[in-house]
Design a binder for this molecule. Structure first.
Ligand code: HEC
Length: 332
């Protein structure tokens, strides 16, 4: 019997024991038919042909890896498979978390992964964001790209949830199971601890963080004359200052915008309670030129950001004006 089991383990995908014996698939027995069988006006292709032609199924490799009747999903096929799994099971295991962490790259983090289990965007790219600057936040309402709350809200959030510190966090927005399935299931919005080692430190930490001024741009790192023209454009023709209000460079008050107001997708916004993006306070931009701009670094240069606004808002900026605006941004 042991020998039988050992041999069976080497046979890929054996037939169900209930299946009747026959010489080949022509002797298969039909058990039931569901619905109307569609008639095509053309010769329909089977899933193997379709999958191979679309480059989403690789049968040769599957057979090499695991024997006959196996296949490997690749490209969009693999993404589709992941999507279906995620639909059925929003949780993720430790190995998956590790591979996700490795996919982020330097300067990036995904603060929402533990809340919603979404490691990838619908286009298959990482769901992580750049880490926003911790300086220049005095006077700024919302902290983080998607405006979860103020600096002190985020400090409590990070200490208690991200770092699993012993403390208190109250944020009933995390009870929204459609947005935050893992947070809701684990009651993340109602954490308490005795002793509470976090809450007593929040005041001093808040005070300290608000005192961090943005470092001034080094002399010679931008063209000062162009920057001056850029400043006039920023507040005039380019209309940047309607949202990035100097000297905070974000709106005093409710500094969040719907994705469509700035011409980008909603994926990351929808992973936060307010479905919006915070107007980035722009001071000290020169310190984080690596990794791109906007929450996910989608624009690789300041010029790409300005080009985006020029197209989206129909600004009609000339090449020279775009250059001047970029020099101004580098000077902040
Ligand atoms: C409707 C409001 C609005 C206007 C007008 C606007 N911005 Fe923005 N800006 C935003 C928001 C919101 C973000 C954050 C986007 C994100 O997080 O992906 C942003 C982000 C940026 C960033 C990226 C900052 C970073 O740290 O990556 C730059 C640079 C920028 N804006 C420059 C400009 C310039 C230059 C103009 C004028 C041509 C302008 N903005 C006009 C709302 C606005």
């Amino acid at each position: 019997m042991e020998e039988f089991d050992r041999l069976m383990l080497t046979i890929p995908q054996p037939a169900d024991p209930e299946a009747p014996d026959g010489k080949d698939d022509t002797e298969n027995v039909e058990l039931k038919k569901v619905g109307e069988i569609r008639k095509f006006e053309f010769e329909p292709k089977d899933h193997v042909t379709l999958g191979t032609e679309l480059g989403i199924i690789d049968i040769e490799r599957g057979v090499k890896l695991a024997g006959s009747r196996n296949y490997v999903l690749k490209g969009d096929g693999a993404l589709l498979h992941q999507a279906v799994l995620r639909l059925a099971q929003p949780g993720i295991d430790a190995a998956a978390v590790r591979s996700v962490l490795r996919s982020w790259g330097p300067g990036r983090f995904d603060a929402e992964l533990l809340l919603d289990g979404k490691a990838f965007r619908p286009d298959g790219k990482s769901a992580s964001t750049l880490i926003p600057p911790a300086f220049g936040l005095a006077g700024v309402n919302m902290h983080t790209w998607t405006g979860w709350g103020s600096v002190t809200h985020w400090n409590a959030f990070v200490a208690v949830l991200e770092m699993q510190g012993k403390g208190t966090l109250y944020d009933p927005r995390l009870d929204d199971a459609s947005k935050f399935p893992l947070a809701a299931k684990n009651n993340f919005g109602h954490r308490t601890s005795d002793p509470d080692l976090v809450t007593p430190k929040l005041g001093a930490l808040h005070f300290y963080q608000l005192a961090l001024a943005p470092p001034p741009a080094p002399k010679g790192s931008f063209d000062a004359r162009a920057a001056e023209r850029g400043g006039a454009l920023f507040e005039g023709k380019a209309k940047c200052a309607t949202c990035h209000v100097p000297p905070l460079y974000t709106e005093p008050g409710w500094n969040l915008h719907k994705p469509e107001e700035i011409g980008i997708d909603a994926f990351q916004a929808q992973r936060a309670p307010e479905d919006g993006y915070r107007t980035s306070p722009l001071r000290g931009l020169w310190t984080h030129k690596k990794g791109g701009f906007y929450h996910d670094g989608r624009f690789s240069s300041l010029r790409a950001v300005v080009d985006h606004y020029d197209t989206f808002f129909n600004l009609g900026l000339t090449d020279d004006e775009k250059h001047a605006l970029c020099e101004y941004l580098k000077s902040l």
